[in-house]
Unconditional design. Structure first.
Ligand SMILES: *Cc1c(COP(=O)(O)O)cnc(C)c1O
Length: 216
């Protein structure tokens, strides 16, 4: 599907939900995609991209950013604490804040650098054992702890179980965000971004629908 088709679908979903045009940010998740496909999307004017690994992102985007300094990068995959500095330098947003040690490290880096990426707390809405994220019951406490460290939180992120209707997960994320006064909702991927927009997503993370199926 072309980028233009995706952006048209986003605009329709915004309108159907009574939301302002442009209220949803499209993160084009370029992980593992061949450079030619990424360049094609860049050529169409898109500038917001998502990656799930710090090292791969650095290799791909350091040269591309020399050509297009305005590119914004979002980390959508797990972050090891020992890669936090590199991540804070490279990414404008991190969607996978999910544990106190990482929060502490990002808070120290924010102090030192005088700025921080936008941070989304990842919530494991399906309480899946293999998946990252704070459990829904622990989210309020974790958010409080982050705020005590002066960490600027942009919102919450979720990755619903692959085999379930995502709507209850989107709703749960929305409720946790609302009761904590967090404006950002990072939810919705290739297969469900319109549902996510209907339920208040502010950031959608779309990979294969834009770039085609990932190889390998
Ligand atoms: C890969 C990935 C996406 C994009 O998934 P698609 O189904 O290709 O749109 C979104 N979010 C996260 C966290 C991912 O790892």
């Amino acid at each position: 599907m072309s980028l233009a088709e995706i952006t048209a679908r986003i605009a329709r979903a915004e309108a159907a939900a009574g939301r302002a045009p442009g209220s949803v940010t499209l993160i084009a998740v370029s992980k593992v995609q061949p450079e030619a496909r990424v360049r094609a999307v860049l050529a169409q004017g898109h500038r917001i991209f998502g990656e799930n690994r710090v090292q791969e992102a650095a290799e791909r985007w350091t040269p591309l950013r020399a050509e297009h300094p305005e590119i914004a990068l979002h980390l959508v995959g797990p972050l090891q604490t020992n890669k936090a500095r590199q991540a804070a330098e490279m990414f404008g947003a991190i969607h996978s804040l999910d544990r106190p040690r990482l929060a502490r490290r990002l808070a120290d880096l924010a102090q030192e650098r005088g700025s921080s990426p936008a941070l989304f707390v990842q919530v494991n809405t399906g309480a899946e054992p293999q998946k990252a994220g704070v459990l829904p019951d622990a989210a309020d406490t974790f958010i409080d702890d982050c705020r005590k460290m002066d960490l600027p939180l942009a919102g919450l992120m979720c990755l619903p179980p692959a085999d379930e209707d995502p709507d209850p997960h989107f709703d749960l994320l929305g409720r946790i965000a609302a009761r904590n006064g967090l404006p950002g909702l990072s939810m919705g991927m290739s297969g469900d971004f319109e549902q996510a927009i209907a339920r208040g997503a502010t950031h959608i993370r779309v990979g294969s629908a834009i770039f085609g199926a990932r190889e390998g």
